[in-house]
Design a protein around this ligand. Structure first.
Ligand code: E4P
Length: 246
């Protein structure tokens, strides 16, 4: 199971990238607010530069034409961008339209401040965008049916919100497990991203349930990494070594 970071905070992303832990990032308007950033394009481009992998940026329109226009624009920011679209009726309409669109290669990466420093040069960027098209992450998924519909409408990723389901007394992980099974039954290629992860056990449970990806907040990732026996073990090794070293 791949690990994404669920944040728009660049310092958190920089730190976790150094550990080689993540192969993507998910953002949303609330995470932008928490990062104190209103410049979605600039932040997304910097995250793409830092991670060089699947970076979700969300549309804010609520009608299908508006979502389509936003998706086409967002897709020009970087070939690594994945467009997040909410799983509502207008969102399904937009997914259907967006999945048939191609990235505007003439506008791809234009004016990017990371140009020249980025591992993805313009030729590679165009090749990647041409082969991937506009990838969609269906967000705000709360049922197996919504996941099935989003995948049918053309989403490459579906994001069940585990924690928010648990909050209202549902079994979020069971909903995720159901969609994994349905996708397997029918050979559906869309990947399941366990989202709204609240604690380390969610990561383990998502992996056991067969999620392709878990998108994890920084604080949860750090908790999951830490173990008191590891810390005690390091202390003991250092203490023992100090007694004998020459
Ligand atoms: C996923 O893509 C979302 O950004 C995120 O996981 C939402 O989680 P929350 O319930 O903590 O807001």
């Amino acid at each position: 199971m791949d690990i994404f970071l669920d944040t728009a905070k660049l310092d958190e992303i920089r730190e976790v990238v150094k550990m080689g832990l993540i192969s993507g990032v998910t953002t949303n308007p609330s995470l932008m607010m928490r990062a104190g950033r209103g410049d979605y394009k600039e932040v997304t481009r910097e995250i793409c530069y830092l991670v060089q992998n699947r970076i979700s940026a969300e549309v804010v329109s609520t009608d299908s034409e508006g979502m389509l226009a936003e998706a086409k624009e967002i897709a020009t920011w970087s070939p690594h961008v994945v467009v997040k679209i909410p799983t509502i009726a207008a969102g399904l309409e937009a997914m259907k339209m967006v999945s048939q669109e191609e990235v505007d290669l003439d506008r791809l990466c234009q004016g990017c401040p990371w140009f020249g420093k980025c591992d993805t040069d313009i030729d590679l960027a165009r090749d990647l965008a041409a082969s991937w098209g506009i990838r969609i992450n269906a967000t705000l998924v709360f049922s197996a049916n919504q996941a099935l519909f989003a995948a049918t409408a053309g989403a490459s990723f579906v994001s069940p919100f585990i924690g928010r389901l648990d909050d209202i007394g549902h079994d979020g992980m069971q909903v995720l497990a159901d969609m994994v099974e349905i996708f397997e039954n029918y050979g559906i290629e869309a990947q399941v991203i366990a989202a709204s992860i609240r604690h380390p056990l969610h990561i383990t449970q998502a992996a056991l349930a067969g999620a392709d990806i878990a998108t994890v907040p920084y604080a949860v990732l750090m908790k999951a990494l830490k173990h008191p026996l590891t810390d005690i073990g390091v202390e003991r090794f250092l203490a023992d070594w100090a007694k004998v070293k020459k």
